[in-house]
Design a protein around this ligand. Structure first.
Ligand SMILES: [Zn+2]
Length: 538
């Protein structure tokens, strides 16, 4: 983006990040979940008319990536390049993720800045050299506290296990560089206290509070047992701890120490989205690193819960999950995006079930929503030759629909745009769809159509206008969730000539009644959500 010159600085962008994902394998459902959430959140804010910056990317350093590459017989860089280009970027494109940037931690724009950041900390006395011995989980790339380990059973009897990976930890002894994290416990607690919304949801906030209240240990921020990482600037025998390297992507990607203008225009992030397995890194280490270097802290850290599939957790450590493409090839991309945020309250644990998706697809998408759209278009075609009539006989029933829309828009905007509660926002939108369905059932336009009197024609016109105008608003509200079907609906309503592209429609305008002009050409296209048994591969 080109700067628009001094005096027109439009303020900071609404900046949202996903975690940068480990590239030790192809993306699975858990990655798609957080990334779709970020995409919907940023699309919503774009439709509010805000400037937005949406960042995702890949975390490519560390022992785990190195070991995976070695097991495949390729260099770690080759392994990362292949996965990023053949698996990660194509999947995000397939899922219609509209990220503004994609950062890879092996890029020079990142590694140079990481070295500078760590050098600055060293120069400020925030980093010292020390020895450490302790239980280390390679899966987590993290030293564990003795108290949190599990006792192994069966083949792991007598061993101590990582509580997340349920795999034996290794006792690692290293002479490392340490960041004085212990000195930040009180400052962090003061920040959590002063900013109750800093960590979402409440359960995540409570977990972090009780963890930090126990006191913090200094953080080992270098490794010398392998070399796949960013070298410590003042000591080539060490590479920077992969988590410090990774977290800094949120700063380096927007121009930290490189382009002050782009940095000020985005940093810090308004919302960091992440899975709760990496909550502590984001809610404890990341803000402490920023404090240590005098940088502003992010607005909010929003953790999503575990995604369960058939009772099995879908996290980065469990690669048995089904791939997102298995689901989209059956249900389509829109339904997949919608279901992830519809089925599970964001922040809570929840389960992903093929049967539940199929049932909700049929009842909510195909029947409630898709049928409404095709019935309305069919009736405008049949009774008014496809030319949207004017509403000249508004009464109480219509007023109730207008009020219902205003309520739905206000609720959805608050829940999705402000609170990052996608499910509640979707429920408000679909409640309105139900209301419009009920309105049509009660008004029975097919009966009104049998009467040729001018009063009945005016009544019929009003009913169909009311339904079509309601769908105009629904297309705007669902566009962040389901871009393709919303676009189809927008075209079917003939909205584009008068109102412009769907992506340019503002959330604030969605609830203004009467935007779709009478005279628009309404066409009944293919079903928005075809019946599942009619889809290939059903
Ligand atoms: Zn672990």
């Amino acid at each position: 983006m080109v700067a628009t010159g001094s005096g027109t600085k439009s303020g900071k962008a609404f900046y949202v990040t996903t975690p940068i994902y480990y590239v030790n394998d192809a993306p699975h459902l858990g990655h798609a979940y957080t990334t779709v959430a970020g995409d919907v959140l940023t699309r919503w804010h774009r439709q509010r008319g805000e400037r937005v910056w949406f960042l995702t990317g890949t975390d490519e350093h560390g022992q785990k990536v190195l070991r995976t590459a070695e097991s495949k017989g390729v260099s770690p860089q080759e392994w990362c390049d292949k996965l990023v280009e053949e698996a990660w970027k194509p999947l995000w494109q397939h899922l219609e993720i509209a990220n503004d940037d994609f950062i890879r931690t092996t890029e020079k724009r990142h590694t140079d800045r990481v070295r500078e950041f760590v050098q600055d900390l060293y120069d400020k006395g925030e980093i010292y050299k020390g020895g450490y011995e302790g239980p280390y989980c390679v899966g987590c790339e993290e030293y564990k506290l003795p108290g949190e380990l599990l006792e192994g059973t069966g083949e792991n009897a007598g061993k101590q296990l990582c509580p997340i990976h349920k795999r034996p930890v290794e006792i690692l002894k290293e002479e490392n560089y340490f960041f004085r994290l212990s000195e930040y416990a009180d400052k962090l607690l003061a920040h959590y206290e002063a900013n109750p919304g800093f960590i979402q949801p409440e359960s995540a906030r409570n977990e972090v509070l009780s963890f930090v209240r126990q006191g913090l240990q200094d953080l080992s921020i270098s490794r010398s047992t392998f070399d796949w990482g960013v070298p410590v600037p003042w000591d080539d025998d060490h590479v920077i701890y992969v988590w410090v390297d990774a977290l800094l992507n949120y700063a380096t990607a927007v121009g930290y120490n490189q382009n002050q203008e782009t940095f000020d225009a985005s940093f810090p992030a308004d919302v960091h989205l992440l899975g709760k397995d990496i909550l502590r890194f984001h809610a404890v280490i990341w803000p402490a690193l920023l404090m240590a270097n005098g940088l502003p802290l992010p607005g909010r850290i929003v953790a999503n819960g575990w995604l369960l599939v058939g009772g099995e957790k879908m996290s980065k450590s469990n690669l048995t999950g089904i791939s997102p493409r298995q689901i989209t090839s059956h249900f389509g991309v829109d339904a997949f995006r919608w279901y992830l945020l519809r089925a599970i309250a964001y922040g809570q644990d929840g389960s992903f079930s093929w049967e539940d998706l199929a049932a909700r697809y049929t009842s909510e998408l195909a029947n409630d929503y898709g049928n409404l759209a095709s019935r309305v278009a069919a009736m405008v075609g049949k009774y008014f030759d496809g030319v949207l009539p004017d509403a000249s006989a508004d009464g109480d029933a219509e007023q109730a629909v207008h009020d219902g829309l205003a309520r739905a828009v206000a609720e959805a905007d608050r829940k999705i745009g402000d609170d990052v509660e996608f499910q509640a926002g979707l429920l408000a939108i679909f409640e309105f769809i139900k209301q419009v369905n009920g309105y049509i059932s009660e008004q029975e336009p097919w009966k009104v159509a049998k009467d040729d009197s001018p009063e009945a024609r005016a009544r019929l016109a009003t009913i169909l206008y009311t339904a079509a105008e309601s769908l105009r608003a629904v297309a705007v509200l669902l566009h962040p969730f389901m871009p393709a079907s919303s676009q189809k609906l927008w075209e079917s309503l003939g909205a584009e000539p008068a109102l412009g592209p769907l992506a340019d429609q503002r959330v604030q305008e969605a609830g203004q009644w009467g935007r779709l002009p009478a005279g628009s050409t309404v066409t009944k296209g293919a079903a928005l959500f075809p019946r599942l048994e009619e889809q290939p591969g059903a």
